[in-house]
Design a protein around this ligand. Structure first.
Ligand code: SF4
Length: 580
């Protein structure tokens, strides 16, 4: 952590006395017996957490919010209104860091207007080996926390009073290790701190419908373009029973969807000790670094046990079980069989391919071949007919020839993914790829990205048209704002956003859905078990419910339909009886 000199030397950067500048948070009720010990509640900061990047960051932000709420702070409605701004950064692409750098001016101006305001930067943008340069790059930031230090946020800000949960008063998770000769964050203590946070009810989940459940932190892989091994450190799996206990409590709380998280979620368990109870697990890696996985728990085992958590009706207590992000190295037959046999496992897999050319995959350090990738995918498609598959692709990586790029397009044509998240390569500080020349000109990167997105546009539309005329189960997630008829034109100057799915493509003028399902009906959006985005009209009361929708329109990024069967299954957030 970097502490700014304006603070008392040695003391944690206490916010308390200087926060009166901000709008005081409404004081929570205080037990009269301990009122005199409690800090001046009016001085506790209103906080705002700005989360960028992946689902793991969203889960970490839920834990940080839980800490601050447990310390007595309240949420602020916006970054501008907050006394304490926490920015949970992503560093996978230059674009993500540029967004935060672009806000330094605003933050500095807000702090000038409110001297008590404080800004904390966390996430993958905080890497131990580059700490010295951080203050220069992020001048408005007062404190920098690596991912392993995040559970100590409230304590380091001096916000934890003697009334706070013990776990919050005693938390200590900071740890580093060495990767490629450099100090990096280590997740050694994150599993224990999450269990304590759960026991003290300090995970502020952002939805009552879907829950994130991290099962493995960090990444051991060798992708040369990637910053994650240097920002989050090596893979550290959480204890099997902790995960099952958390899944059970999520089911009991009435969540209908659960997503197991890991930078490499299907590598779960390889670092845990072998146990007799897992003696039936005999699996091995099909690519990459070989490991002894005998008698160690794996993702397949977790899926089966969580699927086995049953509700009073005998069905899975959690109707939609998902996991993200998978790596081809660990797509074992056991995992594929579990995906096929477990009722609750949703029929969608996110499996990054990154390139369709073997020489390029080698330069990227992916350690599998296109043939291997296709073989595993064919095995899954055979085991789970109709499964939807999404992927990630990088264009314009070091040395990419036109032929290598065309090989990637050919792979997309052959594999026919449902969704492709594509990006142009941007060099990341400290990654092995920096030793390679970033020699593909920006204009060529843009042209290739546009060409790839246009190709996937056609494929995505064709895949989605297969759903026309079908009745599908949709979990309604939210109201969609007045929809603009949007034609997704591939913007040459903003490659990243052009890849953003969810912007519906009409070209034929999709009417606003509000009111089309009777008086008071609004435009809603939700997802199928195949992770297809579906637009529909209906009563806002449908949010959180699963409904049957007849699909009558397909675009490359989304489907549209009308409700033909009213809600099935329990309402979200309603406690569920879980039977042993
Ligand atoms: S698998 Fe590769 S791309 Fe994914 S987080 Fe690990 S190093 Fe990065």
């Amino acid at each position: 952590m970097t502490v700014r000199p304006q603070d008392t030397p040695g003391a944690p950067m206490s916010l308390r006395p200087r926060l009166l500048g901000g709008a005081p948070a409404a004081p929570p009720s205080v037990d009269p017996g301990v009122a005199e010990f409690r800090p001046e509640t009016h001085s506790l900061p209103g906080f705002f957490i700005w989360t960028l990047g992946c689902q793991m960051n969203q889960s970490d932000s839920e834990e940080m919010a839980g800490q601050l709420l447990a310390a007595g702070c309240l949420r602020s409605p916006s970054l501008e209104a907050a006394d304490l701004v926490v920015i949970n950064t992503c560093a996978v692409r230059e674009h993500a860091e540029a967004k935060v750098i672009g806000r330094q001016g605003l933050l500095t101006a807000l702090k000038r207007a409110r001297p008590g305001m404080r800004v904390v930067l966390t996430g993958c943008g905080v890497r131990e080996s580059e700490r010295d340069g951080l203050a220069r790059r992020f001048p408005a930031v007062d404190m920098f926390l690596r991912p392993d230090e995040e559970p100590e946020l409230a304590l380091r800000l001096g916000l934890v009073s003697a009334q706070a949960p013990i776990g919050l008063q005693t938390v200590s998770t900071a740890a580093t290790t060495v990767v490629s000769g450099r100090p990096v964050s280590a997740a050694d203590r994150l599993a224990a701190s999450r269990s304590t946070a759960l026991a003290e009810d300090r995970v502020a989940r952002s939805s009552t419908l879907s829950a994130w459940l991290p099962i493995v932190y960090g990444c051991d892989k060798t992708c040369t373009y990637c910053i994650v091994p240097f920002s989050r450190g090596p893979e550290r799996s959480r204890p099997f029973d902790d995960i099952v206990a958390e899944a059970r409590s999520i089911a009991e709380a009435g969540f209908v969807e659960l997503t197991l998280l890991g930078q490499n979620v299907n590598s779960y368990g390889h670092d845990l000790p072998a146990e007799e109870r897992f003696a039936h697990i005999e699996t091995e890696r099909s690519a990459g670094r070989r490991l002894d996985l005998q008698s160690r728990p794996d993702l397949a085992e977790l899926l089966c046990v969580i699927d086995g958590i049953r509700g009073a009706d005998g069905g899975p207590a959690i109707s939609r079980l998902r996991f993200i992000t998978s790596h081809p190295w660990d797509l074992s037959d056991r995992l594929i069989d579990a995906m096929a046999s477990c009722e609750s496992v949703a029929e969608h897999l996110h499996l990054p391919i990154q390139s369709g050319d073997d020489a390029m995959l080698q330069r990227m350090g992916r350690q599998y071949t296109l043939a291997h990738y296709k073989l595993r995918l064919a095995r899954i498609r055979e085991a789970v007919p109709g499964i939807a598959v999404s992927t990630d692709v990088i264009v314009g990586f070091c040395g990419e020839t036109e032929a290598e790029f065309q090989a990637t397009l050919a792979a997309l044509e052959e594999i026919r993914f449902d969704t492709v998240f594509a990006a142009a390569y941007s060099p990341r500080p400290g990654t092995p790829a920096l030793r390679l020349a970033d020699d593909v000109p920006p204009a060529v990167k843009r042209r290739r990205l546009n060409e790839l997105l246009a190709r996937q546009h056609t494929i995505g539309l064709e895949r989605n048209r297969e759903w026309l005329g079908r009745d599908v189960e949709v979990l309604v997630e939210r109201i969609t704002p007045q929809r603009q008829v949007a034609v997704v034109s591939i913007a040459p100057d903003d490659a990243d956003t052009a890849a953003e799915p969810g912007l519906d493509y009409a070209g034929v003028g999709v009417p606003d859905l509000a009111g089309t399902a009777g008086e008071g009906s609004v435009a809603l959006a939700g997802r199928t078990r195949h992770n297809k985005l579906v637009h529909l009209a209906g009563d806002p009361e449908l949010i959180g419910r699963a409904v049957i929708v007849h699909i009558d329109y397909a675009g490359p990024f989304a489907l549209r339909g009308r409700v033909v069967a009213t809600p099935i299954g329990p309402s979200p957030g309603v406690a569920t009886t879980v039977v042993e």
